[in-house]
Write a protein that binds this ligand. Structure first.
Ligand SMILES: [Fe+2]
Ligand SMILES: [Fe+2]
Length: 159
């Protein structure tokens, strides 16, 4: 097994542990987020389960002072809100799809969270980068999206 072929599994384990150990946002962190987003978009952020809020908060922290990346960082996974899967179900759904098996129902919605989230963000009037990142992560930037911004977001998402 090459280090590269181990990478996705290690990432899956890290994500699983990160989900289990995620601490809810503190009131100070919540008000910092509320001050960064318009109310309808903030509502979508806070509709996420607390583990996903923590992940999004951490991604935002890792992009540093690049304010134009904040919406994308904070909202890229809002498509996970609807399927409402826990840590184990998320892992099983991911493994299921990596085995090339067809998922249905909430598992399919979870695996399609990028597209679902992008549609929600479009409806909320989120910025173009936030919509594009939700739809295309993890992956290459679509045409017309700044590659440097994309790289920063991708690095922050998988860190
Ligand atoms: Fe995601
Ligand atoms: Fe993410």
């Amino acid at each position: 097994m090459t280090p590269d072929s181990r990478k996705p599994s290690l990432h899956l384990v890290r994500r699983f542990l990160g989900f289990l150990t995620a601490k809810p946002l503190t009131p100070a962190e919540q008000s910092a987020i509320a001050s960064m987003l318009d109310p309808p978009i903030a509502q979508a952020f806070f509709a996420q389960r607390s583990e996903d809020q923590r992940h999004a908060f951490d991604v935002r922290e890792r992009v540093g002072g690049h304010e134009h990346l904040y919406q994308a960082a904070l909202l890229h996974d809002i498509g996970k809100t609807g399927p409402a899967l826990g840590a184990l179900s998320r892992s099983f759904a991911t493994i299921w799809s990596r085995l090339g098996l067809r998922a249905t129902g909430r598992w399919n919605d979870y695996l399609s969270h990028g597209e679902i989230g992008a549609e929600q963000l479009e409806a909320l009037g989120a910025d173009r980068l936030a919509v594009a990142f939700a739809r295309n992560h993890p992956g290459s930037p679509p045409p017309g999206v700044d590659a440097e911004s994309w790289h920063l977001l991708e690095q922050a998402d998988v860190a």
